[in-house]
Design a protein around this ligand. Structure first.
Ligand SMILES: *Cc1c(COP(=O)(O)O)cnc(C)c1O
Length: 383
């Protein structure tokens, strides 16, 4: 039987390939390879889609996060040493970006059911040093609700969304601007990633910053372009070169038109898994109250421990089902952070998740294949 791959990128892009090829040719023949209308048109499209006032393309999602925080340092909104609350089970990029700006991560264990930072988690860890919170919409589920909005408001915290995994998701509550925007446009600033495997992926690296704050948008734009606000006029020393290419903008503009169908497809696969997976040692992910809150970047199940996870994955591989793990080592246990004070505490939930999570294929799975995956999962027994 045909192997079900975790994510087949060529297959993913096939339905829109003719349009992608036309866009690539248009840019190749245009003679304009940095900036220009391909980029600004795509940025405007992002604003219309998400509800954000400004969108600034960047080279990738990590840089989008970095430039937001460097931008707030450059404009005096944040000071070196300020702390940023973030979930301890996030991808390391969130943490790299916080430290890059001279800020300090304040890790908080996630809620074990949603696997996301909760309002209580934020409330319990706010101190005078904490100036911002970074909700990470991990696995495609938006980490925003009335309670979080209340905590953030009552403590006057800045909100930076790590929206790398959740473009297209909608929360149940309005964002800090008072509008019920799309994920990424809920906080004071949000970072998108268009890494090829993300729900909307470029043909290479790409990212974007979303914000309503004109001053921040200008700072991010300058930072991404050597710190210059106009040619040969440099206003920020922390500048770098991290621009969104016209060629990626053109491709992404095509793919953005498929955002709804991508969401529909992923929700269908998740619904099949939720309906059919029935194995007492495999815990399915919690389903949010409204379907719009989740775009199922990953469908993550939990098995009892690290040892049977290896057996589970090998068993599925023998059944022709490729899986992945997001992520096996939490950031605070990575060798690069040995000795950091913020990494010294124990984060039981994050460590438990790191031992137990398994991501089932979603991106390029047909209905029939989803049924096959569910049946394979149901046939597994702990050795
Ligand atoms: C992918 C990802 C990033 C980084 O995005 P890149 O475009 O790969 O730099 C940041 N945070 C999270 C949660 C991600 O999944």
């Amino acid at each position: 039987m045909k192997r079900i791959s975790f994510c087949d990128l060529a297959k993913l892009n096939l339905p829109m390939m003719a349009e992608i090829e036309r866009s690539l040719l248009r840019v190749a023949r245009s003679g304009r390879y940095i900036g220009g209308t391909e980029v600004s048109d795509f940025e405007e499209k992002l604003c219309r889609l998400t509800g954000a006032g400004y969108a600034v393309g960047t080279g990738n999602g990590l840089d989008a996060l970095k430039l937001i925080m460097r931008g707030w340092i450059a404009t005096g909104v944040l000071q070196y040493g300020d702390e940023v609350i973030v979930a301890a089970n996030t991808y390391i990029a969130s943490i790299l970006a916080i430290e890059d700006a001279g800020l300090v991560p304040r890790l908080v264990d996630p809620d074990p059911e949603t696997m996301l930072l909760s309002a209580e988690g934020i409330e319990r860890h706010v101190t005078d040093k904490v100036k911002a919170v970074m909700p990470v919409h991990l696995y495609g589920r938006v980490d925003w609700n009335e309670d979080i909005a209340d905590v953030v408001r009552s403590h006057g915290l800045l909100v930076i969304e790590d929206c790398a995994q959740a473009i297209g998701a909608y929360p149940s509550a309005a964002g800090v601007c008072g509008r019920r925007n799309m994920a990424g446009a809920l906080g004071h600033a949000g970072a998108l990633s268009f890494y090829p495997t993300k729900n909307i992926g470029a043909l290479g690296d790409a990212g974007a910053v979303l914000t309503d704050d004109k001053e921040l948008a200008q700072a991010v734009r300058a930072l991404s372009n050597y710190g210059s606000d106009r040619r040969y006029h440099n206003i920020i020393a922390e500048g770098c070169n991290s621009r969104l290419d016209p060629i990626q903008s053109a491709v992404l503009s095509v793919k953005l038109d498929y955002l709804e169908s991508v969401g529909r497809r992923r929700r269908k696969v998740a619904a099949i898994y939720d309906r059919l997976i029935d194995n007492c040692v495999v815990v399915k992910p919690e389903i949010p109250e409204t379907a719009e809150e989740h775009v199922w970047h990953q469908y993550v199940v939990k098995v009892p421990d690290r040892w049977c996870r290896d057996s589970f994955r090998q068993y599925l591989e023998r059944k022709g089902v490729q899986t992945d793990v997001h992520y096996a080592v939490p950031p605070h246990l990575q060798p690069c952070y040995r000795g950091r004070i913020w990494a010294q505490q124990e984060f039981h939930v994050a460590c438990d998740l790191a031992d137990r999570v398994v991501s089932l294929p979603v991106a390029t799975v047909s209905d029939d294949e989803a049924v096959r995956v569910a049946e394979a999962v149901n046939g597994w027994r702990i050795p």
